[in-house]
Design a protein around this ligand. Structure first.
Ligand code: PMP
Length: 395
């Protein structure tokens, strides 16, 4: 039977990583995969995570199963971290899931129960797994305009025009903050206009928040989404702890479903737990247990928040330095948008040929759509990168 399989497409970002590893040049720079890197190019374990691991090791007395929906402290702390007090706690059903990807998967599964004929609306461009997962689960998908290459900002008119095509019962995927791959984000007013439209069209919003704390701050990054949540009778949120807790491989995420009232939330909660049972039964515990320890301990939480803030500021410094270096190198303000973008990524607006020249001629590894992983430039890598960009770009 296996002869029916066709070879799976290689992941372009992981492929880029392999080329990088094989490159013997000493001054090569890896701006591919989206992981935080410090000045030494390392992806560190956060100190609060290390301390929570020591505590967990000392205090955990059993590896027996927990609740099907996951650890209650984790889920409640995540609800507060992401939604604040925008929505009454008894209106929110929560589910521990393996990473933000697992949370998204479970929410798409939940959407299948609500409306298998829904079209899932995804920004153009977006993180590729949104469309891939929605299609894999049998949904139709549509793209909405998002990025304006002329300004490297959001094409909000285009976005609103495309979203006029949404039908009642569809789902709209939004990035909560730090848009991947562009780095261009919606303003408060734009979130409000989208919320008006979603209410008018009777569409289910699914907010994917994978970078809370990497943009303007832990609270600031959630604020627009919370305002939307406070106005919506029903909404879904997928949160990831991969980046802001640095728990990538431990697979920690939380799916949240806001229901119109407590009774509906109770029914939803039971259905979410069943979805865990149907897919993988219990979500992995270790990473979520660490997040629960950190968020419910004032000292560890303060330490985590301080380290996260340091990471955020380091990324902002890279943005400012890169924009300035490119101003000098190109004698133009063309790349100033880099300091307006937020999060781990910026789309530079280079052609695939220019991206290839960066790699072949200069040893600078950038994703094909010219997305750079901003923290990959810390530790003195801004200047050589700006020089290489100025040599390949026609500015
Ligand atoms: N959403 C977006 C937009 C992302 O960029 C990512 C990570 N690349 C995720 C969700 C999920 O990440 P993870 O499954 O590793 O938590």
């Amino acid at each position: 039977m296996l002869e029916k399989l066709i070879p799976a497409k290689a992941d372009p970002i992981l492929g880029l990583g392999k080329l990088f590893a094989a490159d013997a040049r000493e001054n090569k720079i890896d701006l591919g995969v989206g992981v935080y890197k410090d000045a030494d190019g390392k992806t560190p374990i956060m100190t609060a995570v290390k301390k929570a691991e020591v505590r967990l090791h000392a205090e955990q007395t059993s590896k027996s199963y927990k609740a099907l929906a996951g650890d209650e402290v984790f889920r409640d702390e995540m609800r507060k971290l992401v939604l604040g007090d925008a929505v009454a706690a008894d209106r929110v059903a929560t589910l521990q899931a393996p990473g933000g990807t697992g949370a998204l998967h479970q929410l798409f599964e939940a959407m299948k129960l609500l409306n298998p004929d829904a079209t899932i609306w995804v920004s153009n461009p977006s993180w590729p797994s949104h469309v891939a997962m929605a299609k894999h689960l049998g949904f139709k998908t549509e793209n909405y305009d998002y990025f304006d290459p002329a300004t490297s900002g959001v094409d909000f008119n285009g976005l609103m025009v495309s979203l006029q095509g949404m039908q009642a019962g569809d789902m709209l995927v939004l990035h909560g903050c730090c848009h991947n791959p562009t780095g261009a984000n919606l303003t408060a007013n734009q979130w409000q206009s989208i919320t008006d439209l979603v209410l008018e069209k009777n569409v289910m919003p699914l907010v994917d928040i994978a970078y809370q704390g990497f943009g303007d701050g832990l609270q600031e990054d959630a604020i627009y989404m919370r305002t939307m949540a406070s106005r919506m009778p029903e909404m879904m949120v997928a949160a990831s702890c991969s980046k802001n807790f640095g728990l990538y491989r431990d697979r920690v995420g939380c799916a949240m479903v806001i229901a119109k009232d407590a009774d509906s939330a109770t029914v939803t909660q039971g259905n979410l737990a069943t979805l865990n049972r149907m897919n993988y039964s219990f979500a992995p515990d270790h990473g979520a247990a660490l997040v629960a320890i950190i968020l419910s301990d004032s000292e560890l939480r303060a330490e985590w928040e301080a380290e996260l803030e340091e990471m955020r500021l380091a990324m902002l410094t890279v943005r400012e330095d890169l924009a300035e270096a490119l101003r000098q190198q190109c004698n133009s303000d063309h790349f100033d948008f880099i300091k307006d973008h937020r999060g781990m990524f910026s789309r530079l607006g280079l052609s695939p040929e220019q991206v290839e020249m960066l790699r072949v001629d200069h040893g600078m590894y950038v994703v094909g759509d010219s997305r750079i992983n901003v923290p990959g430039l810390s530790g003195g890598r801004v200047a050589p990168f700006a020089k290489a960009v100025s040599m390949v770009a026609n500015i």
